[in-house]
Design a protein around this ligand. Structure first.
Ligand code: NDP
Length: 250
């Protein structure tokens, strides 16, 4: 069971893992955790100062030297993502996993009222940029012995819910993309594609979505890391096309 997995020490040794949205929330903790288990972590995010802080934390506990990749997924072009592929190829030489974690909430409002520019922005960051980055980095990932791509969904990505608008639709599209990639690659490569649903977790995004909730009632990102590590480690070889729920349904 992925939720109760106890990651063996150094189970990510020798792996290079890119984490998007690595400066804050769940992505920050995932980046630190992957480094603790021996991975070289590539920190992608839009706020350089936050990435620098995570970089320093990894250095301070003696993790492998990470790399910072500042990128705003909202405006990022495919050419920039291909340049990134070239840079990783040249400077690091390998890529074993991507945690697509960056995301934005957008508005919580009926579709009838949803601001169309915000709609496009949420779809770009949560879905389209995720697709573009995956495609651009596929040449590197296909060379990995056991590559793992982890997308981040949400309960409203599996079951659409009123007022969740572009966020729910973007996560539905992410789940569909993971399914299609799985079908298209299962006979040709060892690469595996899965989604993770973290469940309600104590972060800024959750506080914006549920302003009346007591944050102390929620799991922290640290509490749910076993699943994130498992999906990147060789322990999950053979797990494909799943939506892995890291907490019992709320
Ligand atoms: P946070 O808002 O705390 O963190 C989101 C991260 O994504 C930040 O590091 C942020 O960067 C980054 N990001 C946002 N927009 C962009 C962009 N345009 N380009 C690059 N990076 C960007 O959210 P969480 O940690 O809560 O969420 C992480 C993932 O988990 C998301 O995909 C979310 O949808 C999903 N999720 C979270 C749940 C929860 O309860 N927390 C529940 C279900 C799913 P910056 O800090 O610079 O703004």
């Amino acid at each position: 069971d992925i939720r109760s997995f106890v990651p063996p020490n150094n189970c990510l040794d020798g792996k290079t893992i890119l984490v998007t949205g690595a400066g804050d929330g769940i992505g920050r903790v995932a980046a630190l955790t992957y480094a603790r288990y021996g991975a070289t972590v590539l920190l992608l995010g839009r706020t350089s100062s936050k990435l620098e802080y995570v970089y320093d934390e990894i250095e301070s506990f003696g993790g492998k030297q990470p790399a910072m990749l500042p990128m705003n997924l909202e405006g990022a072009t495919y050419a920039e993502m291909q340049q990134l592929e070239g840079l990783i190829h040249k400077e690091v030489g390998q890529l074993d996993g991507i945690l697509h974690n960056a995301g934005m909430l957008g508005q919580l409002t009926p579709l009838e009222m949803y601001d169309v520019d915000t709609f496009a922005q949420v779809m770009k960051v949560n879905f389209t940029a995720t697709f573009m980055l995956t495609q651009a980095l596929l040449p590197l990932l296909k060379d990995a012995a056991n590559g793992s791509i982890v997308f981040t969904s949400s309960t409203v990505g599996t079951h659409p819910r009123a007022f969740w608008g572009a966020y729910a639709l973007s996560k539905q599209a992410v789940e569909g993309m993971s399914d299609i990639f799985t079908q298209e690659t299962q006979n040709t490569t060892n690469l595996r594609f899965n989604c993770v649903n973290p469940g309600g977790t104590r972060t800024n995004m959750r506080a914006h979505a549920y302003p009346g909730e007591n944050p102390m009632s929620l799991k922290t990102p640290e509490d749910i890391m076993a699943g994130y590590v498992c999906l990147m480690s060789n322990e999950s070889i053979g797990v494909r096309g799943q939506v892995v729920e890291l907490q019992p349904k709320d």
